[in-house]
Design a binder for this molecule. Structure first.
Ligand code: ARG
Length: 388
C-alpha cells in the first residue's frame, strides 16, 4: 500500500489523534462528490466541484463541505449504517451544521440544545449536530460520553453496582474531574457531559432536567412494577462515533433516532452486565425460577417489554416495537434495491434481541459490504475498505 501523504503540519507533534495528520483521501472525496451529484441531478455536472475540491486539498490538505454536501453526507451515513434497523426514514434526518464550533464548553451547550430539539416534547425527531472536523494539524473536539444521556454506575464495597454497569468507567472519570453525585445516589442519576480537545481545557457540563425527557415504567396489568421506580430516557443520542464523509472525519457529531422497545426492555434492563433485572422480576412475578427450562426468563422478558412500550405510549413519547420495525426495514431494503443501491446490513444487529424467529428480518441474509459515508467507533478503527 502506498504511504499516506502527510500534511504540511507534519512537524507539529500531536498526541493520540493520528487521523488529523493526514491529508484528505482524494479518491474518497471524489467518490462522495460524484454520488452527491448523481443522486441529486438538479446540482448539474460534478466536474467543477471536483476541480474546486482538488485545489483546496492541494492548498490546505483538506476541504470544506458545502451545507448541502454535509446534509446529504450525514443522511447517507445513516443509510449506510449496517447495524441500524430504523433506516427507512434516513431522508428525514435533521442536520444541524455547527462546524464552526470547536470550544468544548460551547459544544456541550449545543448538545443540550440538540437533546431539547430531538425530544420535541415526546414527538422524537431524528437529528444530528455536526461540530468541527479534524483538519491537518488541528484536532477536532471529542465527546467522551457514549451517549449524550448516560446513567451513572456506582460500584459498591461488595463489588455490586448501583445504576448502569456500562457507565462505571465514565462515572469514575466524571468524579475524577470533580463531578459530585447527588446526595442520595440512585440507579438513574444522569451523568454530566464531558467534551475534550487536546489543545484546550476539557469541559464538563451537567444536563439540565428540561433537556432529559424520561419515561416512568409501569405495566398495564402488574401495578407493583411502577413502584420499582424504573425509568428510561426518550432520546438515544450516540455521541462517541466518528462521522466520515468524503474523506473528512467529524469526531463530534452526536445523532439520534427514536427507541425500539427491545433496546430498553430486552437489553438495557435485562443484560446481566447492565441492570440485570430478570432474576428479581421473576421472583416478584412468582415464577418458578428453579430451572431455565421453565422459561421464566422468557416470560419476564415479554412482560418487561410490554411495560416499556405501554409506558412510552402512555406518556406520548415516540417508540417503536420490533415487529413493526422489522417490516419497515424490509420496506426500506426494497426501496433501496429499487433505487439501484445495495443496502448493507449486519444480521447479528438487525435481528431483534427477542422473538427473533417471529420477526420478518430473521428469515433472510443481507449484503454485508461496508460503505462510506458512515459512522465509525473510535479514532483509528473502521477505515472503510470498500468505497461505493
Ligand atoms: N441501543 C442503544 C440504547 O439502548 C441506542 C442505540 C441507538 N438506538 C436508536 N434507536 N437510534 O440506548
Amino acid at each position: 500500500m502506498a504511504p499516506v501523504p502527510l500534511c504540511p503540519a507534519e512537524a507539529i507533534p500531536l498526541r493520540g489523534t493520528p487521523r488529523c495528520e493526514n491529508t484528505v483521501d482524494l479518491a474518497e472525496a471524489d467518490d462522495f462528490l460524484r454520488r452527491h451529484h448523481a443522486e441529486n441531478p438538479e446540482l448539474g455536472p460534478v466536474e467543477h466541484r471536483l476541480a474546486e475540491v482538488h485545489a483546496e486539498v492541494a492548498a490546505t490538505g483538506t476541504y470544506r463541505h458545502t451545507p448541502e454536501e454535509l446534509t446529504f453526507g450525514a443522511r447517507v451515513a445513516w443509510r449506510n449504517s449496517a447495524r441500524c434497523i430504523g433506516r427507512l426514514y434516513w431522508r428525514s434526518l435533521k442536520v444541524r451544521d455547527l462546524r464552526d464550533l470547536r470550544d468544548p464548553k460551547e459544544i456541550a451547550d449545543e448538545c443540550v440544545e440538540h437533546l431539547k430539539l430531538a425530544a420535541n416534547g415526546g414527538k422524537v425527531r431524528p437529528a444530528i449536530t455536526v461540530f468541527a472536523p479534524d483538519e491537518p494539524g488541528r484536532p477536532a473536539p471529542r465527546i467522551r460520553n457514549e451517549q449524550l444521556i448516560r446513567y451513572a454506575g456506582y460500584v459498591g464495597p461488595d463489588g455490586g453496582v448501583l445504576g448502569d454497569r456500562r457507565n462505571v468507567e465514565l462515572t469514575d472519570l466524571a468524579v475524577g474531574m470533580g463531578w459530585r453525585p447527588p446526595a442520595r445516589r440512585g440507579p438513574f442519576d444522569v451523568l454530566p457531559l464531558i467534551v475534550e480537545r487536546e489543545d484546550a481545557e476539557p469541559s464538563m457540563v451537567e444536563l439540565p432536567p428540561d433537556a432529559v425527557l424520561e419515561v416512568h415504567i409501569a405495566h398495564p396489568e402488574l401495578p407493583w412494577l411502577a413502584e420499582l421506580g424504573l425509568r428510561w430516557h426518550a432520546v438515544p443520542a450516540i455521541s462517541n462515533m466518528r462521522l466520515r464523509i468524503g474523506g473528512i472525519d467529524y469526531p463530534a457529531a452526536p445523532f439520534n433516532g427514536w427507541y425500539m422497545g427491545t433496546e430498553i426492555g430486552a437489553r438495557n434492563f435485562a443484560d446481566a452486565d447492565r441492570y440485570d433485572l430478570l432474576p428479581y422480576l421473576g421472583r416478584r412475578m412468582g415464577l418458578d425460577t428453579s430451572s431455565v427450562r421453565t422459561l421464566w426468563k422468557d416470560r419476564v422478558l415479554v412482560e418487561l417489554n410490554r411495560a416499556v412500550l405501554h409506558s412510552f405510549s402512555a406518556a406520548g413519547v415516540t417508540i417503536t416495537d420490533h415487529h413493526t420495525e422489522s417490516d419497515r426495514f424490509l420496506t426500506h431494503l426494497k426501496k433501496e434495491e429499487e433505487a439501484g443501491r445495495s443496502c448493507p446490513a449486519d444480521w447479528t444487529w438487525i435481528v431483534p434481541p427477542m422473538s427473533s424467529g417471529i420477526t420478518s428480518v430473521f428469515h433472510r441474509y443481507y449484503d454485508k459490504r461496508e460503505l462510506v459515508p458512515n459512522f465509525f467507533a473510535g479514532d483509528t478503527e473502521g477505515v472503510c475498505p470498500v468505497i461505493h
